[in-house]
Design a protein around this ligand. Structure first.
Ligand code: MSP
Length: 533
């Protein structure tokens, strides 16, 4: 079942958690998809082929229950919410290559083939269990889930006693392998402090098997078990498989007719499985590697988990529907522009850590970092050549000095600095590096005072050099901000009247791309004044 060339790393393959379709998209979903989008666009800008897979988790009890309440079918309910996710990602510029919707027949075929294989091999068995069940989390609970008072906390919602016959996956058979794998592969989980949490959790936990079915009598909305039609697949066993089913796993065997599925060999293993901290243990860091191992994937074919933190409200409280503090990404993109929101979400959190979402801080970032430090700088870089040089740049002005050199060297060092930050997915640190260069440029304008140089004929070559350096710096800036702010980057380039040739990537980036005699375009505010809210 494993292709020979499974270890291929031709393509940078990035996936995200697939979002539950029991609700509309909120800021947490948007953050994760945008972070993946930024990493994908950044990798493309490095000249690497990229495949970005995201999607929606459409099965499960909550979808079934919500649909019943509304007296529509579960599929209708899932489709309706799926449309909201599709629309939000379209609006926010999340440019994915593959869409994983778990009710797709291609996915179902792969899930069923895997279940059948594991069953045939004796890795799945039937058993009866009596215990406490969390309706909200759709799982049986053990004593470990009890809090200090010996009770199941409110995070588990309604907890009831149940006896049920189900199918179990022999997770326990693989726990020793997992412990060894994790110990030998510290890169499996990023950031490393989350990897340590996993090691601790594995040390403390007893190896128990995983219940992977639900009887149809209480849950119909799932993928049917191929060897017993009275049962459907437990939602995690279904959802996790999206990472391989939509990457083309078993395409030839079970989906020969399906078009649009990529070649698994070129994608797997995923370079990045981007997920939130809440779904690392046990789903992604225990069940998932064990499932892959049980199917027969070798250690080298395990994906990498990149675990991000949570956005909380401005007081640090968890965002939740019941608290009424959920943040709608589209309302913010309307007010601050898509790129205003993208910038804030990327600049104001360190990947792996939590942050508090605040409208005051997004306003501040918009007016300081974006409108003033970037927008105003671009405007000056276009208006001064318009005023003093009819918009025409002179490339090799017979003038150079330490100030010019400082600008040049800062931008020449920028790709390396950005790469240093992006290697560990720290988009905020990459933006800081770019904004350091913008601060230098703003200082450069004040120090060189082109409006004074323009009055003195003997400073003509110096003025040309200053104007050229500013415009060239703006072209470089447009390149570097593109992964985070693709629209702004484009608008900058239009105003600069410059286009990167097709297939342009970081290796082509060099100082002096604007040709001698280049005519700049018209300046327009990149970030207009905000309407009072
Ligand atoms: N459907 C499962 C994932 C299955 S992956 C095989 C799920 N869905 S979810 O809709 O609840 O969450 C989707 C992603 O959004 C998760 O990675 C989760 O961590 C992330 N976030 C949900 N709320 C968040 C914040 N408040 N902040 C940041 N990310 C958050 O879990």
């Amino acid at each position: 079942m494993i292709p020979n060339s499974i270890m291929s790393q031709d393509t940078f393959f990035i996936t995200t958690a697939i979002d539950y379709t029991n609700s509309a998209p909120h800021i947490g979903h948007a953050y994760e998809k945008l972070l993946a989008d930024v990493i994908a666009r950044y990798q493309r800008s490095q000249g690497r082929p990229v495949y970005f897979l995201t999607g929606v988790d459409q099965h499960g009890q909550k979808v079934q229950q919500s649909a019943e309440r509304e007296e529509i079918t579960a599929q209708e309910f899932a489709d309706r919410n799926t449309a909201l996710f599709l629309e939000a990602w379209e609006t926010l510029g999340v440019r994915y290559d593959g869409w994983a919707a778990t009710t797709a027949p291609e996915h179902k075929a792969v899930v069923q083939a895997i279940l059948q294989k594991l069953y045939d091999e004796g890795q799945i068995y039937k058993a009866t269990h009596t215990g406490y069940y969390s309706v909200r989390q759709e799982q049986f609970l053990t004593d470990k889930e009890r809090n200090e008072e010996g009770e199941f906390g409110s995070e588990w919602g309604e907890v009831e006693e149940r006896t049920e016959e189900n199918y179990y996956f022999k997770l326990s058979d693989h726990i020793d392998w997992l412990k060894q794998f994790v110990a030998g592969h510290p890169e499996f989980v990023f950031p490393s402090f989350r990897g340590k949490e996993l090691v601790n959790a594995l040390e403390k936990s007893d190896a128990i098997d995983l219940c992977i079915t639900r009887p149809k009598s209480r849950l119909e909305w799932g993928i049917e078990i191929p060897f017993d039609t009275d049962f459907v697949t437990f939602v995690w066993f279904d959802a996790l498989i999206n990472y391989i089913s939509f990457a083309g796993y078993l395409k030839a065997e079970v989906n020969p007719e399906a078009s649009g599925l990529p070649d698994f060999e070129t994608l797997w293993p995923a370079n990045v499985h981007l997920i939130g901290k809440d779904i690392m243990i046990p789903a992604h860091a225990v069940y998932w590697p064990v499932m892959l191992h049980a199917i027969g994937f070798p250690d080298e074919a395990m994906p990498r988990l990149v675990v991000h933190g949570f956005w909380n409200d401005k007081r640090g409280a968890k965002l939740s529907k019941s608290e009424g503090n959920v943040i709608d990404p589209l309302s913010r993109s309307k007010r601050f522009g898509v790129d205003g929101l993208r910038y804030y979400l990327m600049a104001s959190i360190a990947t792996g850590r939590d942050a508090d979402f605040s409208d005051e801080r997004i306003e501040e970032a918009y007016s300081q970092d974006l409108a003033k430090n970037l927008g105003n700088l671009l405007n000056r870089s276009l208006n001064m050549p318009k005023r003093y040089r009819d918009r025409i740049l002179k490339k090799d002005a017979d003038y150079d000095d330490a100030l010019n050199r400082e600008i040049r060297e800062a931008f020449e060092a920028l790709p390396q600095a950005v790469a240093g930050a992006m290697e560990s997915y720290q988009v905020h640190a990459a933006l800081e590096e770019i904004w350091k260069c913008l601060t230098l440029c703003n200082q450069f304008v004040e120090q060189t005072a082109p409006w004074v140089l323009a009055k003195d004929e003997s400073q003509s070559a110096r003025l040309d050099a200053v104007l050229y350096h500013l415009a060239e710096a703006m072209v470089h800036t447009a390149f570097h901000i593109a992964p985070v702010m693709p629209e702004t980057s484009q608008r900058m380039l239009v105003q600069l009247n410059y286009t990167f040739p097709g297939g342009f990537c970081v290796a082509d980036l060099r100082w002096g791309m604007l040709p001698d005699g280049h005519e700049l375009g018209e300046g327009k505010p990149l970030f207009p004044r905000l309407e009072p809210s």
